[in-house]
Design a binder for this molecule. Sequence first.
Ligand code: C2E
Ligand code: CA
Ligand code: CA
Length: 640
Amino acid sequence: MEYSIWLDVCSILTLISLILANRIKKTASLYRNNLVLQAILILLLNTLVDLIVIGGRISTNRFLLYSLHSLKYILMYAAFAYMIVYTSVAVNRRIHGRNILKLFIAPIIFIVTLLLSNYNTEFVFSITAGGFFEYGPYFAIFYCLDLYYAAIASFLLLRGRQALSRNHKILLPAIPFIFITGTVFDYLFPMAASLQFTSTIFITLVFSYMQNPSEYYSDDSLMMNRDAFITMCESRFSPDSHTQCIAINIHNFDLLVKTVEKNRILHAEGIFIKSLKQFSKKLLMFKINNGQYIIIMDENNETEARLVYEETCNIMKILSNSTRLSIPVYSTSCAFSSPKHVSSIRMVENLFAALKLYENSDNILTVEAENLNLKSDAEIVRIEELVKTALNDNRLEVYFQPIYNTEKKKFTSAEALIRMRDDEGNFVPPDIFIPIAEKSSLIIDIGSFVLNEVCRVISEEHLSDYDFEYIEVNVSMVECLQSNLASNIMAVLKQHRIFPSQINLEITETSASEFTDIVDKNIKTLYDKNITFSLDDFGTGYSSLSRILSLPLKLIKIDKSIVQAPFISTDEKSMILLKNFVKTPISVGFEVVAEGVETREMAREIIKLGCKYIQGYYFSKPLTRTEFVKMIKLNQPAEV
Ligand code: C2E
Ligand code: CA
Ligand code: CA
């Protein structure tokens, strides 16, 4: 029977188009994607050799023909091994340990040894004197190897079936299927390249369905994004996997984007990637958020990780002094590892949240992961449960901190602050449980609880009879994103029969600058109903002035870190900064509240700067409802 070259030709054309398509597409250097490309190349070589050696009948030289046939089989099993590694990576989302890899690669070594000895023994095949291929008595060994790979693939898929994405679930079972049908066809129709063809079909499927690199890149950036990070690295963070990493948080990223053209930042990112790649090739880099980068070491080698970390800090220093950017890049970097410091993706996120707390400093910082006080998943779940039961058992309480009006020399407003106790009766700081509640719908329940309590106090205690104007209520970003925020608030006001002017909503700088569409709509609706807003924590984010001006704000609250800085350090700069933070909003018509005023000296200085309102321990700590009402009825603030 004549050998049919058409399946070979089809395979070759398909594989070449795949390689071209891969070149045209933005190439993702995902480990998985590289595996596919390498598998395509090997399969292409294998098919070419098959075509030349069987289809082309190039020569009758027995040794040359034998070598080419052997090469064909080696390439074939190499392509199989790649497919198995690919399956394994897809299932486990990372490359297996060395021992498992040996399982995939051992058959190739076996094949090479077999083929070397087979030249004389002619166990599996032989080349006749006329240059023809002939099956040997043990050719079935090859079929056994096919089945071996089919078995490994099936085992991996069955074991990891729960972890598979939908695309993977449809596609990956094709691997054992391809091995088996390919083998059967090869047996039934030895005169065509069935195995090559079936493998080509599979690789084409993988390529077109799953290789979608653009999904894995942050907009315009050369770096892979958060999705890529989670897909590729989730399994690297668990109590029993060892991974070395570096996290970088750029403090003034938003400011950089606003003041420097975006291209120059992307260029700086490019330099960063290139410099680090020059230093070590075995790195994965992700931009998981604006200004937040994570570097994952491919191997668990502490010394190497330390070196990369030092180099990273060096690059950050160079970037902060670079003359290419008109303002310096301030950042915090931290080297950490799994499972020592983090043991889940969620903890990685907590680590970044902890790094963000360093955002006030104009500096390049490095922090030790040990000092970040990261909460474990168990701790997070415990706090979540605590909030839930506190909500159900009415164990949440609202405290009120009076705010001093410097013109009337009286308390005319207050801020409502939530308090929660744990099972032993100790307070859990809101800075701990609010961010956790914000990750679920719990924050909505907390928000509506606080608003209800506030409205109840205002109406039951008739606070307006004492020249008291309004209570400030903190509204979290998650609440600002609810489309029914406005109607819910209005319903509560109506229920307690209080006026919109008796409350004021505090939004933070970050919530004001993110997700502008929905937040704007909510603010506008509430503003139209006469509810006022203040901007909390002013000075800690980088909202643009034009954005702030576009919001209908009544008050700007200067963050306590800015207010306290000149009184903690003797550095003149912090006073200049504070003056500007107060002056700018006043000059455009906002009223200003200074937070965190703890001494008489501070109060006097702050009044000189022109702040209309002062909030802080000097006048009063946050008080229980009873204490607060007493204080407002008396209304005799400390002297200034
Ligand atoms: P915040 O909105 O900036 O609230 C001001 C914080 O500063 C309060 O901390 C207050 O107790 C504290 N403070 C007031 N005066 C001074 C002072 O003179 N010195 C110092 N060192 N601190 C002072 P608190 O009550 O622990 O609340 C922390 C944060 O938790 C709040 O920061 C706010 O972001 C959040 N939070 C509190 N209650 C609520 C709430 O009902 N809803 C939401 N979404 N967040 C809340
Ligand atoms: Ca506040
Ligand atoms: Ca604040």
